[in-house]
Design a binder for this molecule. Structure first.
Ligand SMILES: C[S@@+](CC[C@H](N)C(=O)[O-])C[C@H]1O[C@@H](n2cnc3c(N)ncnc32)[C@H](O)[C@@H]1O
Length: 325
């Protein structure tokens, strides 16, 4: 799986799905017989399948995904007797557990980013390698598509989007070129956008690696799916669903995402912020979770060699130690 709208490169031809940090995720989740684990980005069910095997014979997996195609693939793969699958956003885990009459779970997994299925299906519009509609929605019930953002946002908004979400050096040039191109007719295809990007950037950058459209596509995908805005609330929702001692495992694929994971988990450690010497604590902060990975877990060189999509993965783990105040 990959987190970034490309970092796809030549491996787009490989449609096989290889879950990243699979054994590490299963181990850090504390999978064991009878455990109840939620995989809130169940995707094609690769991690979920290994989790279910490790929690056999009586463990339960609650799987969520906002993409109906991914969910159909997971449904075909996972044993319905122990997998409870829902088309839902990760933020809605508390409501999903209530529907399943589960008070809490022992572990929650987030494997962020897009799935191979999404990237490798041209009609989904995630890839700059093949032509397709400018769509990029994970949840195809939502109205905002990449085309809509490209054709309706102001030049300043596009510049900001490409700069912040894509960390794109040529953000302003690309935004200007998009606005010029759409004044002739709306942009509708990924190939058109790739051509606009290529023409907008200086000639030496056109031959650069990664592909010159990588960052703009990443930015659009993040904006369309509100990936960063929704991440902290989804992590909070996951923490609220964990039993004491339960583990939250998050695999992120780019630094913007990883920074949010790291900050949110640190916040749960709740170190007192009162000035030293105050006789009693006034800030009221206390520890709800403990971070078990002071440094992120990363894939081995062997995994990266076998699956280049794993190369930017970072996994962080927190363990719930108390109820919220
Ligand atoms: C990297 S893939 C997961 C792959 C999965 N671990 C596997 O082994 O097959 C990420 C999946 O998460 C889904 N997703 C991303 N953000 C989500 C969110 N906020 N709520 C629910 N699903 C989400 C995507 O639709 C995609 O199918």
């Amino acid at each position: 799986m990959t987190g970034e709208g490309d970092r796809v490169g030549a491996d787009t031809v490989d449609r096989a799905h290889r879950p990243v940090l699979l054994h590490e995720a299963v181990r850090w989740l504390g999978c064991a017989p009878g455990k109840r684990i939620a995989d809130v980005t169940v995707g094609l069910g690769g991690h979920a399948e290994a989790i279910m095997a490790a929690c056999a014979p009586d463990g339960v997996l609650v799987g969520l995904d906002r993409d109906d195609e991914a969910l159909a693939a997971a449904r075909a793969r996972l044993d319905p007797a122990r997998a409870r699958l829902h088309r839902a956003d990760a933020r809605d885990l508390p409501e999903v557990l209530a529907r399943e009459h589960l008070p809490n779970v022992d572990g929650v997994l987030f494997d962020l980013g897009v799935s191979s299925l999404q990237i490798d299906t041209p009609e989904r519009g995630f890839s700059f390698q093949v032509d397709g509609p400018l769509d990029m929605r994970m949840d195809r019930r939502q109205e905002t598509t990449a085309a809509r953002l490209l054709n309706e946002c102001s030049e300043d908004e596009l510049t900001e989007m490409f700069r912040v979400y894509g960390e794109e050096r040529w953000a302003a040039r690309i935004a200007k070129a998009v606005v010029r191109a759409r004044s002739a007719r709306p942009l509708t295809r990924t190939r058109e956008l790739v051509d606009v990007i290529r023409a907008a950037i200086p000639a030496p950058a056109r031959a650069s690696h990664p592909h010159p459209a990588t960052r703009t596509f990443q930015a659009l995908r993040i904006a369309v799916n509100r990936e960063l805005d929704d991440l902290a609330p989804a992590l909070e929702a996951a923490l609220s669903c964990l039993a004491r001692g339960g583990r939250l495992v998050v695999i992120a694929f780019h630094s913007l995402e990883d920074r949010i994971v790291k900050r949110t988990m640190r916040g749960w450690e709740g170190a007192c912020t009162c000035p030293p010497g105050l006789p009693i604590c006034r800030c009221g902060r206390r520890q709800i979770a403990r971070v078990l990975t002071p440094r992120p877990v990363t894939p081995s060189p062997a995994e990266v060699a076998e699956n280049p999509r794993a190369r930017s993965a970072k996994m962080r783990v927190a363990k719930r130690v108390a109820d919220a105040a």
